[in-house]
Design a protein around this ligand. Structure first.
Ligand code: AMP
Length: 281
């Protein structure tokens, strides 16, 4: 496995691979890898000749009050996991390599990013779109794989790729979970043992919603109330949002007729966790 820290070298390598007719698959991550990330590597592997995993804790997607400085990092462990998973190139730039000190151009999505995480993390998706656009220009992938765990992010990146004509196929992978149902996340390491237990209310709330939906419930308010009841049973839980939105437009829905995205963001103690499911008849 080749490790690249510099943008120019990454771009030259990608360019050479294109010249050799290789199909490039890319998995953008912020590192502190877990099985969820590695499942995306597998999907990339199935769709390409060369797999690039990017590891970059992107400062522009963190708000001033967020956890950029304490975001978990372990480069050696991540590199070992990438090697084991069959990653061909680990692209791990430092922030000054990615952003000029006077960088002044950003990519802004104006519709899908208004609600959900976009509403509670102002500027977050501007940072995400900008860094993904830059990673596409540096890695020149034919296909890029993102997790459904970040459902809004996946939909926004798919839209950006369409609207800015990136020649990249965007693929999503399902959310990998711990045995007890908690969605895998690098941020789970922040949880104390007690909080880790309480964090199970997210999945429990989503499971209950899926059950009620199967039983014929279609009213979003009623479903959200049912989720709220379950989540507030955890004393450490503070709801950031519980939303049911159209799966395409991400606009809130009142009556579920088309595929709907049920998305949650909940603080367990100081740790903000997200999870979601898609409901379709
Ligand atoms: P992150 O390092 O958290 O920015 O995530 C990098 C990529 O991994 C994103 O596309 C995420 O959606 C995806 N991802 C994160 N957690 C999971 C999970 N539990 N299962 C599958 N993919 C995930």
């Amino acid at each position: 496995m080749k490790i690249i820290h510099f943008g120019k070298e990454m771009q030259q390598t990608a360019h050479a691979l294109h010249g050799q007719g290789k199909r490039i698959g890319c998995v953008p991550t912020m590192g502190f890898l877990h099985a969820g990330h590695l499942s995306l590597v597998k999907l990339a592997r199935e769709r390409s000749d060369v797999v690039i995993l990017t590891l970059f804790v992107n400062p522009t997607q963190f708000g001033p009050q967020e956890d950029l400085a304490k975001y978990p990092r372990n480069f050696e462990r991540d590199a070992a996991l990438c090697r084991e998973a069959g990653v061909d190139i680990l692209f791990a730039p430092e922030a000054p390599e990615m952003y000029a000190a006077d960088a002044s151009i950003y990519v802004v999505e104006e519709k899908l990013s208004r609600g959900l995480c976009g509403a509670s993390r102002l500027g977050h998706f501007r940072g995400v779109c900008t860094v993904v656009a830059k990673l596409f220009n540096l890695c020149m992938p034919h296909v890029a794989v993102f997790g459904e765990k970040d459902a809004q992010q996946f939909r926004i990146i798919r839209r950006m790729t369409r609207d800015l004509n990136f020649p990249v196929e965007i693929v999503s992978g399902p959310t990998l979970r711990e045995a007890d149902g908690l969605a895998m996340s690098s941020r789970n390491t922040y949880l104390s043992a007690d909080e880790r237990q309480q964090a199970l209310v997210l999945k429990r709330a989503l499971d209950e919603t899926a059950r009620l939906f199967r039983a014929g419930w279609r009213d979003a308010t009623a479903l959200k109330t049912a989720m709220q009841k379950i989540i507030t049973q955890a004393p450490a839980a503070k709801i950031d949002y519980i939303e049911i939105v159209d799966d395409e437009t991400l606009e809130p829905v009142q009556t579920l007729r088309k595929p709907a995205l049920v998305a949650l963001a909940v603080f367990i103690g100081k740790t903000r966790l997200i999870d979601n499911i898609v409901l379709k008849a």
